[in-house]
Structures are given as C-alpha cells and as structure tokens.
Write a protein that binds this ligand. Structure first.
Ligand code: F3S
Length: 65
C-alpha cells in the first residue's frame, strides 16, 4: 500500500498526524509533509485511519484492496 497526499487539497487539519503519527508528518505550518510513502504492512490500518479522518479527502491509498 502506498500513501499519496494531494497538497492542493490539504488544508492543514492535522487529523492524519493525530491518529497515525508514525506515517503522517506535518510541516512547520501544520500541513502534511508527506508526498508519497510506502506503508509497512503493520501500519496499513493506521494509514486507513489517517486517510479516513482527513476532512478534505486529501489522502489517497494506492493498492488498498
Ligand atoms: Fe492535510 Fe488532511 Fe492531514 S487536510 S494535514 S492531509 S488531515
């Protein structure tokens, strides 16, 4: 599974980093610092939680069946 963050949609809500800090890192302004990221198998649930908690739907999970 791969995380892709759309920076045109990210508005700095920061919920991704709150629910899954091991994956979703924020920049100094509170916006997602992630562009694309391969997700270790043991963090796939965390990746989904972060994506589902983004109110802007800025996070896409590639290869999530
Ligand atoms: Fe941005 Fe959504 Fe996270 S708006 S900071 S990707 S919760």
């Amino acid at each position: 599974m791969r995380i892709v963050v759309d920076h045109d949609l990210c508005s700095g809500h920061g919920r991704c980093a709150t629910v899954a800090p091991a994956l979703y890192v924020l920049d100094d302004n509170g916006f997602s610092a992630v562009n694309e990221l391969d997700v270790p198998v043991h963090l796939e649930d965390a990746a989904r939680a972060g994506a589902n908690n983004c109110p802007e739907r800025a996070i896409t999970l590639i290869g999530d069946d």
